[in-house]
Design a protein around this ligand. Structure first.
Ligand code: APR
Ligand code: PHB
Length: 389
């Protein structure tokens, strides 16, 4: 098999890059180790920055997002009994769109099918070769057969557990990691959201988040010990704990119901540098992970795709290699700002084991300052809606 751009991974990164390239006539093939049903079965956040929304429009996949997505002009921060709003529209004149990642992925799959784009499912990439030269290749297994895909560029969109990051020689690679001493217990329920906008809550009992997918599909999280499993959280316990972490008026109007999905996610900050090695490029979770507190996972994948898409256009349209050579530094500059924001939001809103009296006072004062300072709220707002590409 042969193509111009070989993409490993049929998640949001791979699908979005593949669709953008197809729209510009740049042939590409996506190798996805799982079935389409499996990929579409993943429950993931969908708070889209303006840059992501624009990329979906450029890819020709923005229609359903615009029809069914919810424009959010702000978020609420709850601190004990108090709750205050961060008004994105007033502070930075921008907003975010809430539209589930599953729907983004569904739209991208549909567009690829309509464009006749090739995606091989249950095709697991097993090795990457020739990245240092100009005829790189991927070997992959599909249907019990070992096959080879030769190409001009390889893009690793294969997530944290993929193979592409390790294809960069260890002596050339440096990673940075921070693990957090707690997880998020998440519940999806067919109930109306408790609030029109998201509520991020810091309570004495720990963090909680009230989010949504649509008018009758809500997504809630409570911070929990890493040793917990979903079995430790029967629905009744989850709802009672969530209510105990919300201001009374919010808890009083919470509509509970049976969970239709329940899972615990650990929180981690991770960056692997560089994001390029010869003709191999990394995008999205293959190169970096953020704690979900800042809703940056999908959006950091999008900015990588934006930079790499324009770099590949410069090469194929004008033979200009400079943007490709500058991809890693440019992508990382924005990634680290998203890492910082996600780390900051996580420290602001969670209770950490072993926090001293001083730590708790500083955290409380941080929230007091945020509640009262337009400058502090503007800083949060410009990061949450997305820094410029
Ligand atoms: N061969 C082929 N496909 C692979 C391989 C492999 N060896 N390893 C992993 N994959 C596939 C996975 O099955 C997955 O579908 O790569 C895809 C990676 O997708 P994601 O993990 O979703 O990563 P990405 O596309 O970068 O999207 C990042 O999705 O996971 C969320 O929180 C994350 O919101 C962020 C966004
Ligand atoms: C979600 O809706 O799942 C969600 C929203 C915002 C976050 C994290 C998760 O910061």
């Amino acid at each position: 098999m042969r193509t111009k751009v070989a993409i490993i991974g049929g998640g949001p990164s791979g699908l979005l890059l593949g669709q953008l390239l197809l729209k510009r006539g740049i042939d590409n093939v996506i190798l996805e180790r799982r079935s389409r049903e499996y990929v579409l079965g993943r429950i993931r956040a969908g708070v889209l920055e303006a840059g992501f929304v624009e990329l979906m429009r450029t890819a020709g996949t923005g229609r359903r997002m615009e029809e069914e997505g919810f424009i959010h002009d702000g978020i609420e921060i709850a601190h004990g009994a108090r709750m205050f709003r961060i008004d994105f529209r007033k502070l930075v004149q921008r907003s975010v769109v809430v539209y589930g990642q599953t729907e983004v992925t569904r739209d991208l799959y549909a567009a690829r099918d309509a464009a006749g784009g090739e995606i091989l499912h249950e095709a697991r990439a097993t090795s990457i070769g020739g990245a240092e030269g100009d005829t790189p290749f991927i070997t992959f297994r599909q249907g019990g057969e070992q096959r080879r895909l030769t190409c001009e560029f390889i893009v690793g969109c294969d997530g944290f557990h993929g193979i592409s990051r390790q294809a960069i020689p260890g002596k050339l690679r440096k990673s940075y990691e921070k693990s957090y001493p707690f997880g998020w217990m998440g519940v999806l329920s067919e109930t109306p959201p408790v609030n029109r906008e998201l509520i991020y809550s810091c309570s004495e009992r720990g963090f909680a988040l009230c989010s949504m997918r649509n008018e009758n599909l809500s997504r809630y999280y409570v911070q929990c010990p890493l040793s917990d499993t979903p079995d430790d959280w029967p629905d009744d316990r989850f709802w009672e704990e969530l209510k105990s972490r919300l201001p009374e008026p919010v808890a009083a109007r919470l509509v509970t119901g049976p969970s239709i999905e329940k899972s615990i996610a650990p929180l981690r900050s991770f960056v692997s540098e560089p994001m390029r090695h010869g003709r191999l490029f990394l995008c999205g979770d293959a190169a970096h992970i953020v704690p979900p507190t800042g809703a940056k996972g999908l959006n950091t994948a999008a900015s990588d795709v934006h930079y790499l898409y324009h770099a590949l256009l410069a090469w194929y349209d004008r033979g200009d290699a400079r943007t490709l050579e500058g991809y890693s530094a440019r992508a990382l500059a924005r990634i680290w700002k998203a890492e910082r924001f996600s780390w900051w939001m996580t420290n602001l809103l969670h209770r950490f084991p072993g926090q001293s009296g001083f730590d708790l006072r500083i955290q409380s004062t941080d929230l007091d300052y945020l509640a009262a300072s337009e400058a502090a709220q503007t800083a949060l707002a410009e990061n949450y809606v997305g820094l410029p590409y």
